[in-house]
Design a binder for this molecule. Sequence first.
Ligand SMILES: Nc1ncnc2c1ncn2[C@@H]1O[C@H](COP(=O)(O)OP(=O)(O)OP(=O)(O)O)[C@@H](O)[C@H]1O
Ligand SMILES: [Mg+2]
Length: 254
Amino acid sequence: MTAVVRIEKLTKEYRLESVTVRALRSVSLAVEQGEFVALMGPSGSGKSTLLNQLGCLDRPTSGRYILANEDVSRIDDDRLSEIRSKYLGFIFQSYNLLPQYTVVENIEVPLLYQGCRLNDKTRQRCVQLAQLVGLGDRLDHRPMQLSGGQQQRVAIARSLVNDPHVILADEPTGNLDSRTSDEVMQMLTKLNDAGKTIIMVTHENDIAAWAKRIIRMRDGQIETDEQNVRAKVRHEMAGEFSASLSSLLAEAIR
Ligand SMILES: Nc1ncnc2c1ncn2[C@@H]1O[C@H](COP(=O)(O)OP(=O)(O)OP(=O)(O)O)[C@@H](O)[C@H]1O
Ligand SMILES: [Mg+2]
């Protein structure tokens, strides 16, 4: 198997006046297609910094990052955003939805960033993604009119619109109660079953328990990296999610 993401001796320093924070210290990591990784570790250990690097949201101070066989540590900004929208999907703790947009419009946003022209076909796909995450009856609602779990499901649908190779999630259940967290994790597990590589930051052991590999960070370095042979048993999800996921993912918009 080939690594879908590979970082080599990646360092990230933040310089603030006279102080330099070494947020990542020569971190090397390879993640293969189909893995489900939980990144854990104490506050300030560098989890979000690492995820931002993997997401091409920030540049390293030194080291290399190979994403889908391309060295992205040194490419220009235009190519970087192209790669980002082609290969990566993002899910954040605070959902990051646009408040003035409806559910369907929020799912369309990555297509706009990609310079894609919206038409009936793209609209249809976004409606199907909304239905996939169980929001078929909320298409015209705005984020304020949705529960936290529903908002995160919009974010999951949005992360899928480009059929990304890798989904990066920073504390995706951080704002949710345990029942709703479970629903979100079941959804991510199904996506992983459908072949999506997932890298997720979490503080909670209960949430990390769903992942197949658990990496713990400390002081900007990887402390432990273990397979989780007892990854949580996947329950059968009700509704249309499982049935329509694969076919929907197969008809990506390019
Ligand atoms: N933009 C920034 N400028 C300066 N320092 C930063 C910046 N972002 C992060 N840091 C510092 O880098 C270190 C790692 O931060 P990071 O956000 O990656 O931690 P984390 O593991 O995600 O923590 P948490 O669990 O609290 O979210 C911290 O010491 C933090 O203060
Ligand atoms: Mg963080």
